[in-house]
Each structure stands twice: as structure tokens, then as C-alpha cells.
Design a protein around this ligand. Structure first.
Ligand SMILES: [Zn+2]
Length: 234
């Protein structure tokens, strides 16, 4: 994109007002979160591929800590007038990056790393920024479900499921370890036929019975047996 001189002039004229808007917004957040984002220099450029960024400074990005915005996105000009809300959202987006770097983040929001990870989304929720990495016009007007977004999908939604599973397992184990027979009782086994219980061995999750069948004595899990109802224990 070739930026003509008139457009450049039009956009550069907006710098003081934009800078003031950023400063006011960030001052309000600073007060709320005990930060100093409004003191960070704000610069503007004509980038066509980047809306803005927060450079923490002293690192790879740039030597100077700063907020930077492209006038082609945050500025207004004849062909393209950005909505007030969308512009604000770009400012919020970068402030959330500033928060991500400068604020202690509660551990429960640290489950997804990355520049636009869960800690950043948590910061978005605090300032009401669209928690999306990529800009889409109108995103600022959407009501974002931060609660849903900030839930660790590997943790939270599975908790009830795991819990139910554990409870079912516990119930099953409990049911399977209950002794259902007594010594002396006559039982029927599908393969070995009728036999008399001579011993009971409760196990963890099962009950093994010593049964004397016609010719042999066997250890059988009680779940394979049928009670011979007409023969009472002696
Ligand atoms: Zn970003």
C-alpha cells in the first residue's frame, strides 16, 4: 500500500488526540489496577500489517518500552472510518498485553501460555477487551463470555465428569466387595453345578468363595453364582 502524502498528513494530525485518548484510558486502568501504563510512551506509525503492539522494552522488540499503533487502523480517514468502539478495543488489547507483563496473574489463569494465552485473556476480561488475537471490525461490540473462555478446559469441565466416574467406581467397588453369602449356603454355578460354601475371602472389589462342588473344591468369585433358594444354610 502506497500511502499518499495527503493521507499521511491527515493521519498524523490525529496523533495528539489519539495519544490523549490512550493516556486517559490507561490512566483510568492504572488507577484501577495499580499500574503505570499511562507513563509508557505511545508512538504511531503507518504499518499496514500490524494494528499495534506493546513492546516491554529492553528486549528483542525494541530498546524502549512503548505502545505503538498504526494510524491506518486507529486513525480515521475518508476511505475508512474506524468505529469508536473498535479503536478503543485496539487500545485495550495492547493494555492487556502490558498488564500480562506487569501484573501478578492468579495461578488459575496461567493454564495456557503464549502471547495471547489464558493470562492475557484474563487481562482482557479486566478491561473488557475482545479476547481475540486477530482483529475483526465490530468485535468490540460483541459481548464476550469471559467466564467460559477463562475456564481451563482441561480442568474445569472435566471435574464433574471425573467426579462422577470416581463415584461410580467407588459404588461399584463397594457393591462388589459386599459379601452376599454365608458359609454353609448352597449355591449354583453355571458350569460346576451345585456346591456348598466352605469359606469366604473378601477382597478389594470382589468376594471370593471357597466352594465344595461334587468332586472338587474351587475358589469362585461370588458374582458367578446363583443362590439355590430352596436350600437353606445348615
Ligand atoms: Zn496481541
Amino acid at each position: 500500500m502506497i500511502i499518499d502524502q495527503n493521507l499521511r498528513i491527515t493521519l498524523e494530525k490525529q496523533i495528539p488526540a489519539l495519544r490523549e485518548q490512550v493516556r486517559r484510558l490507561y490512566t483510568e486502568y492504572d488507577r484501577r489496577f495499580g499500574l503505570k501504563g499511562a507513563a509508557v510512551p505511545v508512538t504511531f506509525g503507518m504499518e499496514t500489517d500490524v494494528l499495534g503492539y506493546y513492546a516491554p522494552g529492553g528486549e528483542m522488540h525494541s530498546a524502549m518500552e512503548r505502545f505503538h499503533f498504526s494510524l491506518l487502523f486507529v486513525g480515521s480517514y475518508a476511505e475508512r472510518a474506524i468505529s469508536k468502539e473498535d479503536r478503543l478495543d485496539i487500545f485495550k488489547h495492547e493494555y492487556a498485553h502490558y498488564m500480562q507483563r506487569n501484573m501478578p496473574i492468579p495461578k488459575e489463569y496461567m493454564w495456557k501460555a503464549g502471547k495471547h494465552g489464558s493470562d492475557w485473556k484474563y487481562c482482557c476480561s479486566l478491561v473488557g477487551a475482545a479476547p481475540t488475537e486477530y482483529y475483526r471490525a465490530g468485535d468490540a461490540l460483541i459481548r464476550h463470555d469471559y467466564d467460559k473462555l477463562l475456564k481451563n478446559i482441561w480442568k474445569d469441565p472435566n471435574i464433574p465428569v471425573l467426579d462422577i466416574h470416581h463415584r461410580e467406581q467407588a459404588y461399584k467397588k463397594d457393591r462388589d466387595s459386599r459379601v452376599l453369602y454365608q458359609t454353609g449356603e448352597t449355591v449354583t454355578h453355571p458350569k460346576f453345578g451345585e456346591g456348598v460354601i466352605t469359606g469366604i475371602e473378601p477382597k478389594d472389589g470382589s468376594v471370593r468363595l471357597k466352594i465344595r462342588f461334587r468332586n472338587e473344591e474351587k475358589m469362585i468369585d461370588q458374582k458367578w453364582l446363583k443362590r439355590s433358594t430352596f436350600k437353606k444354610p445348615r
